[in-house]
Ligand binder design. Structure first.
Ligand SMILES: Cc1cc2nc3c(=O)[nH]c(=O)nc-3n(C[C@H](O)[C@H](O)[C@H](O)COP(=O)(O)OP(=O)(O)OC[C@H]3O[C@@H](n4cnc5c(N)ncnc54)[C@H](O)[C@@H]3O)c2cc1C
Length: 492
């Protein structure tokens, strides 16, 4: 076996998976058919839930330092007057939710920071390596890879196709990709221009004549977005783009100096019938494509990888193989809901030019309460349930130092929180499980009651938190046979 996991595609999904496997000590190879990293802005919004994941991977702060906030939208009327309105519903950070609003960072910078983190962990994508075929058997996958030095085989225990919307892996597996074309086509481009303030996101026109120019945080560029007719050629030359801007804005003072990247694309909403066939998985755009409205694509792709990484690592270490089936069980439903939401937002954008984003897009309320991995022995009226995102909570360690719950989650381990227990722990420590006791004289102190408030804890409560920061199990009974069985099955 050459490696445990072969990851095909070094976009946001493949890079996130690679970082997670690297920090877990799992052997992998990451290949990409492109000669070099992609250089366009594409998905520019990182939602609060994704920021939490990037914090666990130790890249959030550098992304926040490089990017910036979403500016307000400035809507221009035909007479040149305008009004401004907020683009995103920003809420203040709270003890339970440390990131109150999305971050704007163009995707090539996001991907670049993920590559930098991967380099710190001692790995790099292999560019100019295209997956051109694969077969699988009981013990692994044989992948045929075309590279500058010719064709060769890579033998891996698992293959993950994070190879984008046209996924070669999905097609080779013959996985259905049903959905619909949304009868919408648009241009997106990154421009150097003068004549506009960078304080706001500029928007003109209605219906098919809309155009928007958004200052791209972290760069000196603007991102152009505009719908174009479904049929026919659209002039994407520098001069053609400049002419479209003048025509749709009515502003001769906006001067385009350079077009750094451009693309036209037809929008569709499609969801793969399956996310797994044997030892091969698909993740990110390979499993779902949808309109960019709502800024969900990149985020959902990162979170697919985040869900799959710890499960692959656990099974490679001896956990029950069935754990890998929960990847599709959990993530396909999330993508189905997201497809519906981004399509509704596309309709609102087309009809009313409405691009505002709120709580639903922040992905903080996504979870897996119906998952077969969620064990809940507490009452229905609890503030959190098994499967929900585990909230953050600022605490202090016994030594008096501040300690956030999220900093404990960085360890990549399962965390068993024992809240003010009456006696000794019933669950024995084991590899990959950290048992943390919370109490006035214990190692972790809930000095301000944030844990109690966010988790609805009462003395004697137990919370088992998954390595991806979702609640696995909640119980009042530390001796719960179901809890013991759960831990035996998943923490081999
Ligand atoms: C024009 C455009 C605008 C967008 N705007 C937004 C937006 O505003 N907001 C938003 O959230 N999302 C947006 N998206 C979507 C967002 O970019 C994607 O959701 C995100 O890139 C998905 O990440 P990924 O890792 O799944 O796939 P990708 O980023 O597409 O990465 C796939 C990688 O796989 C590689 N690959 C493909 N086939 C092979 C093969 N056979 N062998 C080896 N490597 C292979 C490719 O070279 C590529 O690097 C936009 C996308 C496009 C195209």
């Amino acid at each position: 076996m050459d490696t445990d996991v072969l990851i095909c595609g070094a976009g946001a999904a493949g890079l996130t998976l690679a970082i997670d496997l690297a920090r877990r000590g799992v052997s992998f190879l990451l290949i990409d058919q492109a000669a070099a990293p992609f250089a366009g802005s594409r998905g520019k919004g990182i939602q609060p839930r994704t920021l939490e994941i990037f914090e666990a991977l130790d890249v959030a702060d550098r992304m926040i330092a490089a990017g910036g906030r979403y500016p307000s939208q400035r809507h221009y009327a035909a007479d040149g007057s305008h009004h401004d309105e907020p683009t995103v519903a920003a809420s203040a950070a709270t003890p339970a939710e440390p990131y109150g609003e999305p971050l704007m960072l163009p995707q090539h910078l996001t991907d670049g920071m993920l590559r930098a983190r991967l380099a710190e962990l001692g790995h790099a994508p292999r560019y100019a390596h295209a997956l051109v075929g694969f077969t699988q058997d009981d013990s692994g996958v044989t992948a045929h890879v075309h590279s500058p030095v010719g064709e060769h085989d890579i033998r891996a225990r698992y293959l993950v196709g994070a190879d984008g919307g046209r996924s070669f892996v999905r097609k080779t597996l013959d996985i259905g990709f049903p959905g619909e074309s949304l009868n919408a086509r648009a241009v997106v481009a990154d421009l150097s221009l003068s004549g506009l303030t960078r304080e706001v996101w500029h928007r003109w026109g209605k219906g098919g004549q809309q155009i928007s120019l958004c200052p791209l945080q972290g760069t000196t560029l603007f991102q152009l977005q505009m719908p174009i007719p479904l049929d026919g050629e659209f002039d994407l030359s520098d001069a053609g783009i400049a002419a479209a801007i003048t025509a749709r804005t009515g502003r001769a003072d906006i001067q385009v100096h350079a077009v750094h990247w451009r693309s036209d694309y037809a929008m569709s909403a499609r969801l793969a019938d399956r996310y797994r066939v044997g030892r091969v998985f698909i993740a990110g755009d390979a499993a779902h494509v949808h309109p960019p409205t709502g800024g969900q694509g990149l985020n959902t792709s990162v979170q697919d990888a985040w869900n799959l990484g710890w499960k692959l690592a656990a099974v490679l270490r001896g956990a029950d193989e069935a754990l890998l089936d929960t990847y599709e069980e959990e993530r396909r439903e999330v993508a189905a809901d997201m497809l519906g939401m981004s399509t509704r937002l596309l309709d609102a954008a087309r009809e009313r030019g409405d691009l505002r984003r709120g709580r639903e897009q922040q992905q903080l309320d996504l979870g897996y309460p119906a998952s077969s991995l969620s064990l809940d022995e507490r009452g229905d009226d609890a503030v959190v349930r098994a499967g929900y995102r585990a909230p953050d909570a600022p605490c202090i360690g016994a030594g008096g130092q501040p300690l956030r719950l999220f900093s404990l989650l960085k360890s990549a381990d399962w965390i068993l929180l024992r809240y003010e227990p009456a006696g000794a722990a019933a669950i024995a420590p084991r590899r990959g499980l950290r048992i943390i006791t919370v109490g006035q004289h214990a190692e972790l102190r809930d000095h301000a009651g944030h844990l109690r408030a966010a988790y609805g804890f009462t003395a004697g409560d137990i919370a088992l938190i998954r390595p991806d920061g979702y609640l696995a199990a909640l119980t009042h009974d530390e001796y719960s046979p179901a809890l013991a069985k759960y831990i035996d099955r998943l923490l081999a």
